[in-house]
Design a protein around this ligand. Sequence first.
Ligand code: GLN
Length: 303
Amino acid sequence: MDIAAILREVRESVGRSADRGAVANYIPELAGVDPGHFAMSVVLADGSQHSVGDAGVPFSIQSVSKVFALALALGRLGDRLWDRVGREPSGLAFNSILQLEHEKGIPRNPFINAGAIVVTDAVLATHAPREYLGELLGFIRTAAGDDDIHINQAVARSETETGHRNFALAHYLRAFGNLTNPPELTLGSYFHQCAVEMTCDQLARAGRFLMEAPGMPRLVSPDRVRRINALMLTCGHYDGSGEFAFRVGLPGKSGVGGGILTIAPGRAAIAVWSPGLNAQGNSKLGTEAVEMLARRAGWSVFG
Ligand code: GLN
């Protein structure tokens, strides 16, 4: 398989697309990102890496960080985490508050905002936010094999000033006894976690631990890798998760910065970035690009 040729073909195809989606603007600092960017990077099971486009340009990973936070939380708390967060797709927007009242403050899954806030709160426990963020960055840097990965403070500040829905979710969780820290402490950590910046090259390498291939970094047990992948497939794109599974057939986690980390188990870790989003807040061209790549490469978890 000529992966470099496939990547070139994907880039040409998305380059012809007239509709690139809309850049997220509810976080003011992200509203100014150029929607013209496109990058894709693939690490294969033999360890080789292949990239096209702006694969060396850092972008805000936003909710892709929820994968790393979950891996950290499972390592720290093990299955006790599941007392506080479920494992069902929500079928609702990433920042919806609707189910929380019906389901008594237990978020559906760790990848919607409410669930991710609980995960951050659980890892934070009694530690200072600075320690949690240091640990998370350490995890991501180890996964990527690259220390040049940082938090964009301006993006974190921007979301802190405008993150009213997340404050609503956090206070609601606290009212149900499912937030142990003061909402502003947990959210401070959560907003900084979302503001981690990475390039597509770095993100693809950071996804290697989810590939379950020999020679890849082993940061969590194989059992947990499978579970994280299962959640990425069923919940990684919010109310667009079914559509992503249908079209791409691989576990993936998106972020409103326009990045998607996708895993072809045993075969590849794929990062894509195109800042314009579809109606569900997932990268529009990014989704089309991984769909095309998966089809050309013949990758699917369904055989
Ligand atoms: N920081 C964003 C938020 O909490 C992350 C959302 C996303 O990437 N889908 O709203």
